[in-house]
Ligand binder design. Structure first.
Ligand code: GAF
Length: 383
C-alpha cells in the first residue's frame, strides 16, 4: 500500500470510529538492523534500515479531556480514559505505547486526543512494530502541539514511552531508525554521541536482496530475557570500571572479568561494535557489499554463543540460508524469537527462501514468512 492509499484508509477508519476527520495522518516505519545488536544501551554503534512497512496514526485533538485509542488490527474495541488517568501501565496492552507518548506531552494535551492506528509492520517479529507505533504518534503530536521538538527529541519521547510508561527497558535503536532513516540508506548511529551518518545502500544496483525471514516465533521486550542482558552488560561495565561497554577497547581488555557469563555478554558487545564499524567501512568504500556477508554471520554466532539470545528457528534459518548460497545471514532485534535478515544475490533469493522453508518443514517449525526489504523512508506526514 502506498502512502496515499494508506492515508485514505486511515482517514476513513477514523471517521467511522470517531466521526469527523482527523487533523492529519502520520506514518512511521519498522526497521531491520543490518548489524549492531544490543549495542544501543551500551552506548555503542548500530546500523539499521527502515522497512517499507509502516504504522499510520490518524489523529485529532479533542476538548473534553479524554483520550481514545483505536486500532484496525485489534478487536475493534476503543480504549478510552481521561488524560488525568494516564499513569505508567494505564492503559495497559497496545494502547500503552501511544498513551505513553501522549503522557510525555500531557501539559499540551489537556483537551485530549483521538488516535486511530493501522499497520502493516509485522507485530512481535523483532521488526520494531512498537517503535513504529510510538514514533507515528510522536511525530503527529509534534506537528500538532510541539513544533519546536526536533526528531532527536522525538526519539527520546518515544523511548521514554517504552521505558517508563510500558516498562520495556529498550535502547534508542528502534526509535532512531523509525524517525531518522532515509530511503536508500542505512543509518549509522553512534548512540552515545547521538551522531548519525546516512550510508548509501542500494541493494538492487548491486544485484542483491536483503531478505527478511519472520520465523513467526514471537518475543516481547517487557519480558525477562532482554532486561537480564541489559543488567548483565551494566554489571560487566561496572566490574571493568568503565561507564559503558562501549569504552572497552578490545577483547583482551576483558581478561579482568572472572565471571564466565559476564565475559560472554561483554565479548559480544565489544566484537559487535567492531563489526558495525567494519560493515560501515565496507559500505562507505567502493567495495562490493557482498563482503559484509561473513560479518553478518559472525554477528549471528556471537548472539547465539556469547549473548545467548538466538533460538533453534533462527539458527536453522541462518544455516539453511548460508547453506543455499546466501552471502550472510543473522538474527535481528532483541532476540528470543522474531526475524532473521539474509543477504543474497537477487537471482538466488527464491532458492534461498525455498531452502529455509524446506528446512523449517523438516524440523517441524511453522512456515516462515519472507519478504525483500528496500531501505525506505523514515517517519513522515502523509495527509
Ligand atoms: C530491541 C530494543 F528495542 C532495541 O533498543 C535494541 O536493544 C534491540 O532490541 C537489540 O539490538 O529492538
Amino acid at each position: 500500500m502506498n502512502d496515499v492509499e494508506a492515508a485514505a484508509r486511515a482517514q476513513a477508519a477514523f471517521a467511522e470510529r470517531f466521526g469527523g476527520a482527523p487533523e492529519g495522518v502520520w506514518a512511521a516505519p519498522g526497521r531491520v538492523n543490518v548489524i549492531g545488536e544490543h549495542t544501543d544501551y551500551n552506548d555503542g554503534y548500530v546500523l539499521p534500515v527502515a522497512l517499507p512497512h509502516t504504522t499510520r496514526a490518524a489523529v485529532a485533538r479533542r476538548s473534553d479531556g479524554r483520550l481514545a485509542f483505536a486500532s484496525l488490527q485489534g478487536d475493534g474495541d476503543v480504549v478510552e480514559l481521561a488524560v488525568a488517568e494516564l499513569a505508567p501501565g494505564q492503559p495497559s496492552g497496545w494502547a500503552g505505547y501511544p498513551a505513553g507518548v501522549v503522557d510525555g506531552l500531557r501539559d499540551r494535551l489537556a483537551g485530549g486526543v483521538s488516535v486511530l492506528v493501522d499497520t502493516d509492520v509485522p507485530v512481535g517479529a523483532g521488526l520494531s512494530s512498537s517503535a513504529a507505533l510510538t514514533c507515528s504518534v510522536a511525530l503527529a503530536l509534534r506537528d500538532l502541539v510541539a513544533p519546536e521538538l526536533t526528531r532527536e527529541d522525538l526519539v527520546d519521547l518515544a523511548r521514554r514511552s517504552e521505558n517508563d510508561f510500558v516498562g520495556a527497558p529498550t535502547g534508542i535503536l528502534d526509535q532512531s531508525a523509525s524517525l531518522l532513516c532515509t530511503a536508500g540508506h542505512a543509518l549509522f548511529l553512534d548512540t552515545r554521541a547521538k551522531r548519525t551518518e546516512q550510508v548509501p545502500l542500494d541493494m538492487a544496483a548491486a544485484g542483491l536482496e536483503l531478505l527478511v525471514v519472520d520465523t513467526g516465533t514471537s518475543h516481547t521486550h517487557a519480558d525477562g530475557g532482554y532486561g537480564d542482558r541489559r543488567r548483565e552488560c551494566e554489571e560487566a561495565a561496572a566490574r571493568l570500571g568503565v561507564p559503558a561497554l562501549r569504552d572497552v577497547a578490545d577483547v583482551a581488555s576483558l581478561a579482568a572479568l572472572d565471571d564466565e557469563v559476564l565475559l560472554r555478554r561483554a565479548r559480544h558487545i565489544v566484537t559487535e561494535n567492531a563489526r558495525v564499524l567494519q560493515v560501515v567501512e565496507i559500505l562507505r568504500g567502493a567495495g562490493d557489499p557482498r563482503e559484509i556477508g561473513p560479518v553478518l554471520v559472525a554477528g549471528h554466532e556471537s548472539l547465539r554463543d556469547d549473548f545467548q539470545i538466538s533460538t533453534v528457528e533462527l539458527d536453522a534459518c541462518v544455516a539453511a540460508a548460508v547453506g543455499a548460497g546466501a552471502h550472510g545471514a543473522r538474527m535481528v532485534g532483541g532476540g528470543f524469537g522474531g526475524s532473521a535478515v539474509v543477504l543474497v544475490d537477487r537471482d538466488r533469493a527464491p532458492a534461498v527462501a525455498d531452502a529455509v522453508r524446506e528446512r523449517f518443514d523438516r524440523e517441524g517449525f511453522a512456515e516462515p514468512r519472507t519478504f525483500d526489504v528496500v531501505p525506505s523512508a523514515g517517519a513522515r506526514r502523509i495527509a
